[in-house]
Design a protein around this ligand. Structure first.
Ligand code: 6R9
Length: 648
């Protein structure tokens, strides 16, 4: 970790929304008088009925309740479309860049966006979707994904986006999990020159357990697809039947806007619930300040709308701010490793936001791919998803940013709705690898891991918690408020527990050290080790499995699986491939184990608990310091595992 600092230039700071002095002033106001601060900043969005109550929050385990702006009413879609018609109806809202560089990009104005959203909302209504109903969105990165999100918001339906890389089983579980009435998908989805059969996946997902779920299909490629016997509709046919008049539903600030499933340390993924008012205030405010977004700027977040980053920084934040936001259908390395920079040049991108894993992968391809392109429009660079190693930070800064663009390393989570710890580009001197300081209204604390005691000294190391709420905080787990409380409020009483470890340095800067629970971070995607394990043991030849993360040069962490076979089954390379394919089909390609080690036995305590600490060490190829192994039922198992370790 380097402690070299990179302060914003005086020139940048002078034009920025927030400079250092203003940050101090606003931050102090936000924590000293949250009600006053948020009653002011809550007005940044349009309310139908203004709120009079700002905040009502209880973090006490057993009684956790979080409400912001609760008596206000609004419509989120109207804030992202109608609101801009008078002032910027002809400005581009969305630039869509297709997978094939030769195919034409689309520029969708705010007026067109409004019309498309209203029409899609009317289609949803015709298919029986109303306020409070759930709609699953299983789409590639096409404008219809944004229309569908906003169409739900317009009529008060709750969307749950499932990343198009998830398998039919994972999709089915999410459709069931929220009792969706409608799934919207596409025929097939091109990405990186290959195609995913989305409609086929939906058909498979809807085979089991799911009745009465309608399916609306966007014609993306025109590829041949199979139709179910009933309940399937083409979007382009249904659109013909509706007009563009769809009054926005008046929603309460605390009505749910969306559900988004994310992995945790135990069990299956949980449905994170975000509500309308606080979330939109948070997404739009962080978008404006963290990226120092100004009117007329072209903003590009390379995430997929299937992840929270796409929700907050492709759709809701930018569109609430009247920004021009880019939606990119492809991948960073297709047709070659210059694609990001080609798109930046082509669309004159001003703010560029991506993940460390992409930066590392592109860094490995050499500087020529970057230097070919004119990146002079770039003003701010951002990263998200995992800690960024200083080498990647330096490359991003020097090669992409030409040493002149501030880098914002934004720490946040699906649960937090938007950035919590991040530099502001005109205010905060950056330190490579540190997410730096809290955003307005955010009060991070470092607790001693074991005792849970708050560490008062500036320099601290332990687990990262939040002392109080912020408007963008998740409100509950869909259908399971007890799980919400148990996951985030039980272990450290009175705080929101992030699941991350961190260090605070002498300047009060936060350095996220990674998850302290059984969640691993693979290419910036969260994966519960328990999920991969349950997929593995669902295979007929597998008796037991234990999954841990290990350091991976590009992905940040790789998936390392220890597998014990059923008696009579023989390990082989074919079986290894079979298990890889199996996990892909159970969850999706992102969950495929990178390394599988055959384990005749797993290290267990006498009470039968798997000692993951030891498995992690072996996977990290760091078995010199295994610590106390005296409680193991059979210490011999460990020597065998070390002997045959896969990561050397
Ligand atoms: C937005 C998003 C959340 C987890 C989080 C942490 C890791 C995200 C980070 C970071 C270090 C950053 N994380 N941003 N770690 N520095 N700038 O990624 O949400 O998918 O829910 O993941 O990602 O471990 O707890 P999500």
């Amino acid at each position: 970790m380097s402690d070299k600092t990179y302060p914003p230039s005086a020139e940048f700071a002078a034009k920025a929304h927030v400079d250092a002095a203003r940050y101090d002033e606003m931050y102090a106001a936000s924590v000293n008088d949250p009600d006053g601060f948020w009653s002011e900043h809550g007005k940044r969005i349009d309310w139908i009925k203004p709120f009079s109550k700002v905040k009502d929050v209880n973090f006490d385990f057993g009684n956790v309740a979080i409400k912001w702006f609760e008596d206000g009413t609004l419509n989120v879609a109207a804030n992202c479309t109608d609101r801009h018609l008078a002032t910027r109806g002809d400005q581009t809202a969305i630039i869509w860049e297709p997978d094939e560089p030769g195919d034409e990009a689309q520029h969708i104005t705010y007026r067109q966006l409004h019309e498309n959203v209203c029409k899609m909302a009317n289609v949803f209504k015709n298919l029986g979707v109303g306020k409070g109903d759930r709609v699953v969105i299983y789409l590639p990165m096409i404008p219809e994904a944004a229309y569908a999100m906003l169409a739900c918001a317009r009529i008060g339906a709750i969307h749950s986006i499932v990343f198009a890389g998830f398998s039919p089983d994972a999709l089915g579980a999410r459709i069931n999990g929220c009792d969706a009435k409608l799934v919207i998908t596409a025929d097939t989805a091109p990405r990186g020159g290959r195609k995913t059969k989305l409609k086929d996946n939906v058909n498979q997902a809807l085979l089991h357990d799911v009745d009465d779920v309608k399916c609306l299909v966007v014609k993306r490629t025109g590829d041949q697809i199979a139709w179910r016997s009933e309940g399937d509709y083409w979007l382009h046919e249904e659109i013909e039947k509706v007009d563009a008049d769809c009054p926005p539903e008046e929603m309460s600030a605390e009505d749910p806007l969306f559900i988004l499933y994310t992995s945790g340390s135990t069990g299956q993924p949980k449905g994170v619930v975000h509500t309308s008012g606080g979330y939109l205030v948070w997404a739009s405010m962080t978008h404006q300040y963290t990226f120092d977004y100004h009117d007329g700027d072209i903003f590009w977040c390379t995430a997929d709308v299937g992840w929270v980053t796409g929700h907050s920084y492709i759709v809701y934040g930018p569109l609430a701010n009247g920004a021009t936001t880019i939606m990119f259908e492809g991948v960073p390395t297709y047709p070659d490793a210059g694609r990001f920079w080609a798109v930046c040049e082509k669309h004159k991108v001003n703010q560029f936001y991506t993940a460390p894993t992409a930066i590392r992968a592109l860094m490995g391809q050499g500087n020529d791919f970057v230097e070919k392109y004119d990146l002079s429009d770039l003003k701010v660079l951002g990263t998200v998803g995992e800690p960024i190693n200083p080498e990647a930070w330096n490359w991003y800064n020097e090669v992409v940013g030409n040493g002149k663009r501030p880098i914002v390393d934004t720490w946040w989570q699906t649960e937090t709705g938007g950035h919590l710890i991040t530099p502001l580009p005109g205010a905060t001197p950056a330190k490579p690898g540190s997410a730096t300081v809290p955003f307005f209204g955010v009060e991070p604390v470092v607790l001693e891991t074991e005792s849970g005691k708050e560490i008062d000294s500036t320099e601290a190391e332990g687990v990262l918690c939040l002392k109080d709420s912020w408007p963008g905080q998740m409100r509950t787990v869909w259908g399971d408020h007890d799980r919400f409380e148990a996951t985030y409020f039980q272990q450290y009483k009175g705080y929101y527990f992030s699941g991350d470890g961190c260090r605070r340095d002498a300047d009060g800067y936060y350095w996220i050290t990674g998850r302290v629970d059984d969640v691993i971070n693979v290419s910036g995607h969260r994966m519960g080790t328990a999920e991969v394990e349950s997929a593995l043991v669902a295979h007929a030849k597998v008796a037991e499995a234990a999954v841990v993360g290990y350091p991976h040069d590009i992905k940040g962490q790789g998936i390392y699986a220890y597998v014990t076979l059923m008696t009579g089954e023989e390990p082989s390379d074919d079986l290894r491939k079979e298990l890889e394919t199996w996990v892909r089909s159970e969850i999706g390609p992102i969950a495929k184990p990178d390394l599988i080690q055959w384990a005749p036995g797993l290290p267990k305590t006498r009470s039968g608990k798997i000692m993951r600490r030891i498995l992690r060490k072996i996977a990290e190829n760091d078995f010199g310091s295994l610590g106390d192994t005296s409680t193991l039922a059979d210490p011999g198992v460990v020597d065998e595992l070390i002997e045959n370790r896969m990561n050397r």
